[in-house]
Design a protein around this ligand. Structure first.
Ligand SMILES: Nc1ncnc2c1ncn2[C@@H]1O[C@H](COP(=O)(O)OP(=O)(O)OP(=O)(O)O)[C@@H](O)[C@H]1O
Length: 279
């Protein structure tokens, strides 16, 4: 089944054409990297998929899990419902800093519980247990009671991923989730995303600056340049030489000489029973 289907999507900001006639299909269970130099349209594309931006009027459509998210420049009436199935992780950790980490993870329930319960922060013991288990799965069970603002960048991204697990979303969109992290934290976040994709069959779309991470963790890469798709295929086929041809001088920001180039198998995660998956 197709998880995300986009046809003829274009977007302009003033005179700037941020997306130019994008069409693509992502199947359920795929792990796809979106790469491209700064300003190539990665974030804009992700924001359209989750309905935070609306494409230009015309023939454009975005369907998510078989339901229309937007089309012809209008958000579908079902958009809100569809969004419940989409977890989003941003580069700038979108946690509520003054709340505990556990409370932040519990917010993943908001789409599924009565609004009054969410507003009052009244979560059941089952929901609290699920949130603690999600924190254990991403390897940070010990920070449950800490204020989110006290976490390191990598821990914040783990908490944001835990929140999408609690949300039980079928699709996870991660917009430059490792851009602010050191290489070791970045690898761990990519391992967690790859494991969540494999073990929970959650479709993952991850925008990245460095192609090495795409090659290592994502079987498929879609490369954007100036809002257009310039490559869509197996990540292993996207060679450095090809990047230089596609991006010219801008390819320097996509190629890191000192990061691993061999594909790695993500660590296996223990299913419920919930031993911390990532120490
Ligand atoms: N809200 C906005 N208003 C005006 N221009 C915008 C807006 N959002 C994006 N753009 C422009 O659209 C183009 C694509 O931006 P986008 O953020 O999608 O690129 P990106 O590939 O995610 O870049 P980066 O890797 O630097 O985050 C850029 O030229 C950007 O300046």
């Amino acid at each position: 089944m197709t998880a995300i289907s986009i046809r003829n999507l274009s977007k302009s900001f003033g005179k700037k054409r941020a997306l130019d006639n994008i069409s693509l299909d992502i199947q359920r269970g795929e792990m796809v990297a979106l790469i491209g130099a700064s300003g190539s349209g990665k974030s804009t594309l992700i924001r359209h998929i989750c309905g935070l931006e609306i494409g230009l009027a015309g023939e454009s459509t975005i369907d998510v899990l078989g339901s229309p998210m937007q089309g012809g420049g209008r958000l579908s009436a079902k958009a809100r419902e569809i969004r419940r199935n989409i977890g989003v992780v941003f580069q700038q950790f979108n946690l509520v800093g003054r709340l505990s980490v556990l409370s932040n993870v519990l917010l993943g329930n908001l789409g599924r519980i009565p609004a009054w319960r969410g507003t009052l922060g009244l979560f059941t013991s089952k929901e609290k247990l699920a949130a603690r288990e999600a924190l254990a799965r991403v390897g940070i069970p010990e920070v449950a009671w800490q204020r989110a603002s006290t976490l390191s960048g990598g821990q914040q991204q783990r908490a944001a991923i835990a929140r999408t697990l609690v949300q039980r979303s079928n699709i996870l969109l991660a917009d430059e989730p490792i851009a602010s992290l050191d290489p070791s934290s970045a690898r761990r976040i990519m391992e967690i995303l790859a494991a969540v994709n494999r073990d929970e069959q959650i479709t993952c779309v991850v925008s990245l600056h460095q192609v090495e991470y795409a090659r290592r963790y994502c079987p498929r890469t879609i490369a954007l340049r100036d809002g257009r798709i310039v490559f869509d295929g197996p990540s292993s086929e996207l060679t450095n030489q090809m990047l230089v041809e596609l991006y010219g001088a801008s390819s320097e920001e996509l190629i890191l000489p000192d990061t691993p180039s061999q594909p790695a198998k993500p660590k296996r995660v223990t299913k419920p029973g919930r031993v911390p998956a990532f120490a």
